[in-house]
Design a protein around this ligand. Structure first.
Ligand SMILES: N[C@@H](CCC(=O)N[C@@H](CS)C(=O)NCC(=O)O)C(=O)O
Length: 236
């Protein structure tokens, strides 16, 4: 495979308006990469078209195309972009280092414990109950699970570090930050440290650009700090 760092990237990102799609927009924005956006949304039928199904038989967003490569899974997209185009910003510690082992630990933790096992369970049995069924006990357990697991990240930040791995922003901040936005939108309480950390992340220019690109079809899903901007942009 050609070294993509030496040639101009040709990136197409499919998907908008969810916490998972935000991750891909955010990683690209942190690195200042230009990309074409195909803003297809969830539960609109747009992931079921023949064209999209050919690209992604999972029929899910986000999906990134980079030349010949077609890549699904939001965390894999963040990691791919970080590893391929991340220098000199350094969105991901080098392979084989302790920092990278900690990065991987947090990435898997966030994707499993905060995304898949808790927040998505709430989504399935609340917003998507018409598909997956009402399950108040599952929602309750997932909510408790989110509180318990997110407390681990709260503890990690208690030493005053700015980002999850220390003083450097990395891809795992994108993964955790997007889950915190999701949790807050769902009314799930988050700890004091996590709330302050989320505020810091939401002020990043790359986050603002990514959130505006990701949520332009549904500005009501933007964090409140960005909703005024969206309203004034819409009224101009
Ligand atoms: N684990 C996947 C989950 C992707 C996913 O489930 N995406 C949802 C939207 S958040 C989707 O595309 N659902 C199908 C649809 O809405 O048509 C990731 O992190 O990328």
């Amino acid at each position: 495979m050609a070294d993509k760092r030496t040639s101009a990237p040709s990136l197409v990102l499919w998907g908008c308006s969810t916490s998972r799609t935000l991750r891909a927009h955010w990683a690209l924005a942190e690195l200042g990469l230009d990309y074409e956006h195909r803003p297809i949304g969830p539960r609109t039928g747009e992931t079921q078209t023949e064209e999209f199904t050919r690209l992604n038989p999972r029929q899910k967003i986000p999906l990134l195309q980079d030349g010949e490569l077609t890549l699904a899974e939001s965390a894999a997209i963040v990691n791919y972009v970080a590893e391929t185009y991340g220098e000199p910003v350094g969105l991901m510690p080098a392979a084989g280092t302790e920092a990278r082992a900690r990065y991987d630990q947090w990435a898997f933790f966030v994707m499993m414990e905060l995304d898949a096992h808790t927040l998505y369970v709430i989504r399935k049995h609340r917003d998507l109950a018409y598909l997956y069924g009402e399950a108040p006990a599952a929602i309750q357990t997932a909510s408790e699970g989110f509180a318990k697991q997110s407390a681990v990240a709260e503890l990690e930040l208690a030493d005053g570090r700015e980002f999850l791995l220390g003083d450097r922003f990395t891809g795992v901040d994108i993964l955790l930050g997007s889950c915190l936005d999701w949790a807050v939108a769902y009314g799930e309480p988050i700890g004091e440290q996590l709330a302050a950390y989320r505020d810091r992340l939401n002020l990043r220019p790359a986050y603002v650009r990514a959130a505006q690109a990701n949520f332009f079809t549904r500005p009501e899903l933007l964090p409140p700090s960005l909703q005024d901007d969206a309203a004034s942009a819409g009224s101009s």
